[in-house]
Design a protein around this ligand. Sequence first.
Ligand code: AP5
Ligand code: MG
Length: 190
Amino acid sequence: MTKLNIVLFGPPGAGKGTQSQFLQEKFELIHLSTGDLLRAEIKAESPLGNEAKELMDRGDLVADSIVVAMIRNKIEAHLDAKGFIFDGFPRTKAQAEALDEMLDGKDEPIVAMLSLEVPEGELVSRLLHRGSEGSRTDDKDEAIIRNRIKEYSQKTAPLKDYYSAQGKFKAVEGVGTRAEITARLVKALG
Ligand code: AP5
Ligand code: MG
């Protein structure tokens, strides 16, 4: 059976994590968020977590080698999965190429890259709101939020072309109620 491997794409605050929860349940997929995996390493005070913390607190990307190794381990740990939702990964061309290599080797390629499109003003206001509730340290300071968005624009957004060239890129309007956006994503998956 073809696996439903999806890249859920979009800038910081676009709703990748929120929508992953719905898609994970609906299609019985494994949700892999490199941000969540890195925050777990920070919480555990592992050497990797300590190395990543400084970069994440600034809103800079961490090294490709770190996140690629994390994803590789998770894929190997779930060989019988019905599919994966990749959330916040890949974020650079090197990561996208590494992912293709991992999945193509198993003949289980990415079937779609769903890109949540949300204007910058809305992103900043969503993240500042979450920051005011205290859950994520990188949401507290607008300058750090803007740096995360800049990293996205410069290093990550070009992946739209990478997946377009493979015929997999699908833009999805990311403003509206959570349920409306889930319905759009499901429709985009066909
Ligand atoms: P990561 O954890 O991936 O964070 P991010 O990309 O900055 O995005 P967020 O998780 O903040 O947003 P989201 O799109 O998941 O939206 P969410 O559903 O939470 O990465 C953090 C850091 O880790 C990076 O800066 C980097 O340092 C490092 N990193 C991670 N992966 C990496 C990689 N591959 N390579 C290198 N470095 C990496 O929603 C946001 C808020 O909006 C929530 O409060 C939510 O409740 C609200 N919301 C959601 N939907 C709606 C809606 N429809 N209407 C109104 N509000 C909504
Ligand atoms: Mg997230």
